[in-house]
Design a protein around this ligand. Structure first.
Ligand code: ADP
Ligand code: MG
Length: 718
């Protein structure tokens, strides 16, 4: 295709749906709610299921639990009142000669109106999910299409060829838009505009992966051929959908591959390993690094010594010891007379990281500074000056560290503690704070591979897959309000064994005051139940010094119970603490709960995690607590989290940098993602693509730039 005809095709796709027949202002508004503004939007809004109308299912052959379509005659209709439940039900009995089925409505206003709607002897087409109760088959709240009084089924079918004798698409709809109307609209969009969607994938790839031309794929996915396999369709495995998903994944992965290549080609700061600081640190540490930590550190070292900037993701479960690995990397940077920026997702985490890094750096005669959101002008100025003149070796903060006005003397390494909140963009900003500094990203919870391939697809991956020795199993219990007493018994038992206890209250972001109040009340309650206990309170409005004092007292066993409004994430490692009580546990995210639980079970005695559930607990909250009670495997928890919340939420929505896929589903389409990624990375390495030796390769590059150029910052492609 020439470039002008390509342009023309693209323009066509931008045609507003309001140009289609049957789309007036009212319908257009409904479509807009579905995100369908242009015909291209319509093409890429796929049916969420299909309805088999190739032939009607005989009543005798209805399958329980399936969505079925049947045709039959109305044999009886009327309201019933069930004895036990005192519930009104409107019932219609339909027969087709092979058997009978009962249609039921539980919610309706007027039985007379319904009765009129179902005249005896009239034939209709009914669809819905079939349920079996004893010998009786029922369909509740079915969709109904009644034939005209004199009409035969054959005549009726002939009158709407779109609706019969085929597999029909079922679209996700909003109120006020019927399937019938939607089908007519989508049919037009497909018939008139699908051919404007041009395939840019190389022919060789399409042949090898069994992909269809995109236009054909779109036609098939909306209007499957009669001989299509319904099961394959419903499961999203039909070639048409596979093609669309592959296409979507392939271009993103190609973009990520090009980003990675770009980074590999850039000049960085090659470090030398002098052991000037790392050796003294190793001597200070009270333990030896695990094999996994050493392996990952080795991978990082190789990257840091290369003449190109590092771009590495370190993944490891809570408590696997990522911090010390990051610290070692930081020391390598400092040994090479460069500075380190540590970026955390929240103020609290930044503070906790600061405490941790400061603790070790101080002993090595090095300087760490904390950039806080709320800081006096004088303090901030002093910190900025130390960063600018190089006095500060390491800077910790939230993304504020990446803001304008923070000038580094010489930034050599950026460490991003993710909790999946930052994306590609933030890493790019960090890059610009120095001369291509090395970048190390840490994820606090493992994230499913398919997600990391999309969000961190341009990074090299290191996994700390081993826990430091001496971890003990943790028992987890969900405790309801009326089991509180029992929970206190368990706590007492642990206290009697001289073990220590954490109690955590949720952080309510809007108001630190009410957090504090909840915790203060909690402390009082504890004091009255456990008068002999020494209880300390740690909250967000304390200065870092005050916090350190309290934590110090807990560490040295001057306190039995530590109540905290903040996430006790790092800086605290008390093997003697065996119980983690989480109040209003349903308010925490799964990742957070997993983090919190990871604070216990670090000593010789087994750990106990009590998740206190409030009376008002959402269904989603229930699900999270269930997951926690079921498994301690961070990877499983992350996957469950992803399933419960969906990828966007899981990653922290907008900031996540996760692209919105129009068709693909990263959970369901993991296999296709792997294929597309392998192909895309191979493509990025091929001289044909790099040099644009053929029309096909040049067109691929142009399409890549069009789709991902801006978002991935791909300056050099095409
Ligand atoms: P995370 O990966 O969750 O950030 P941390 O870095 O906070 O984990 O480490 C968890 C705890 O394990 C810390 O208290 C740390 O001191 C300890 N730790 C780290 N590495 C080792 C090791 N090799 N042996 C024993 N303890 C370790
Ligand atoms: Mg950590």
């Amino acid at each position: 295709m020439t470039s002008t005809s390509l342009d023309h095709a693209r323009q066509q796709l931008a045609t507003p749906v309001s140009r289609l027949r049957g789309v007036g202002p009212r319908i257009a508004e409904k479509l807009e709610k579905l995100g369908v503004l242009t015909v291209e939007d319509a093409l890429y809004t796929l049916p969420h299921r299909y309805e088999d109308r190739r032939e009607f299912r005989r009543i005798a052959r209805l399958r329980d639990g399936c969505h079925e379509v049947l045709a039959g005659e109305i044999l009886a209709a009327g309201e019933m009142v069930t004895q036990r439940a005192r519930r009104r039900v409107f019932e219609v009995i339909v027969g087709d000669g092979s058997g009978q089925v009962v249609l039921k409505w539980f919610h309706y206003r007027n039985k007379d109106w319904l009765a009129k709607r179902f005249p005896l002897g009239r034939t209709g087409v009914f669809s819905g999910e079939v349920k079996r109760f004893g010998a009786q088959r029922e369909v509740h709240h079915p969709e109904v299409e009644l034939l005209g009084e004199e009409q035969t089924l054959a005549q009726y079918q002939g009158s709407d060829p779109l609706a019969f004798g085929r597999i029909l698409p079922v679209y996700p709809l909003t109120e006020g838009l019927t399937q019938q109307a939607a089908r007519r609209i989508w049919k037009q969009a497909v018939d008139l505009f699908a051919e404007n969607i041009v395939t840019h994938l190389p022919a060789e790839l399409c042949a090898r992966r069994g992909l269809l031309p995109l236009a054909k794929a779109l036609q098939d996915v909306h209007w499957p051929a009669n001989e299509a396999n319904l099961e394959t369709l419903e499961e999203g495995r039909a070639p048409a959908r596979r093609t669309l998903v592959y296409d979507e994944f392939f271009f993103l992965q190609l973009g990520l591959a090009m980003r990675r290549r770009g980074a590999l080609l850039e000049a960085g700061i090659p470090f030398q390993v002098t052991h000037r600081h790392t050796k003294p640190l190793a001597d200070l540490l009270p333990y030896r690094l695990t094999a996994a930590q050493r392996r990952v550190l080795g991978e990082i070292k190789i990257d840091l010594m290369a003449p190109h900037p590092m771009n590495r993701l370190v993944q490891g479960d809570v408590g696997s010891g990522k911090t010390i690995v990051a610290l070692m990397a930081a020391l390598l940077a400092i040994e090479n007379d460069t500075q380190v920026a540590v970026v955390a997702p929240t103020e609290i985490l930044a503070e906790q990281h600061f405490l941790q890094f400061h603790h070790w750096l101080e002993q090595l005669g090095l300087k760490a500074v904390l950039l806080r959101g709320q800081q006096t002008a004088a303090n901030r100025r002093a910190a900025l000056a130390e960063i600018a003149d190089g006095t500060a070796h390491l800077v910790v903060g939230t993304h504020a560290v990446l803001q304008e006005g923070v000038e580094f003397h010489r930034l050599g390494l950026g460490i991003i503690d993710e909790q999946h909140r930052f994306g590609v963009r933030q890493r790019a900003v960090l890059r610009q704070k120095g001369e291509n500094p090395h970048v190390l990203v840490m994820t606090a919870t493992p994230i499913p591979r398919t997600l990391s391939l999309t969000v961190y697809g341009d990074l090299s991956l290191s996994v700390i897959d081993e826990m430091p020795p001496g971890r003990t199993p943790i028992r987890t219990m969900v405790v309801t309000e009326n089991q509180r007493r029992h929970a206190f018994e368990l706590i007492r038992k642990e206290l009697a064994k001289s073990h220590q206890i954490y109690v955590v209250f949720p952080l309510i972001e809007e108001s630190e005051k009410s957090d504090l109040k909840a915790a203060t009340v909690g402390v009082e309650q504890l004091r009255s139940v456990l008068p002999e206990c020494r209880i300390g309170l740690l909250h967000g409005r304390m200065s870092p010094d005050e916090k350190e004092t309290i934590m110090g007292r807990f560490k040295t066993r001057q306190l039995d119970i530590l109540v905290s409004t903040t996430v006790i994430e790092v800086g605290i490692d008390v093997p003697n603490a065996t119980v983690m009580v989480v109040e209003h546990a349903e308010r925490f995210g799964l990742a957070q709960l997993h983090q919190l639980r990871g604070r216990v079970g670090r000593g010789a005695a087994p750990g106990l995690c009590l998740l206190m559930k409030s009376l008002r607990c959402s269904e989603e909250g229930e699900k999270r607590l269930e997951v926690m009670a079921r498994t301690t495997d961070g990877f499983r928890i992350a996957e469950a989290d992803l399933e419960i919340r969906g990828p966007g939420e899981f990653l922290g929505t907008r900031q996540s940098g996760l692209p919105d896929f129009r068709v693909a589903n990263i959970l369901r389409d993991a296999r296709i993602l792997e294929e597309a990624r392998a192909d895309a990375f191979a493509m990025a390495e091929s001289p044909e693509f790099q040099q644009g030796t053929s029309e096909e390769m040049r067109s691929l590059a142009i399409e890549l730039k069009r789709r991902w150029g801006t978002r991935l910052g791909l300056a050099s492609v095409g």
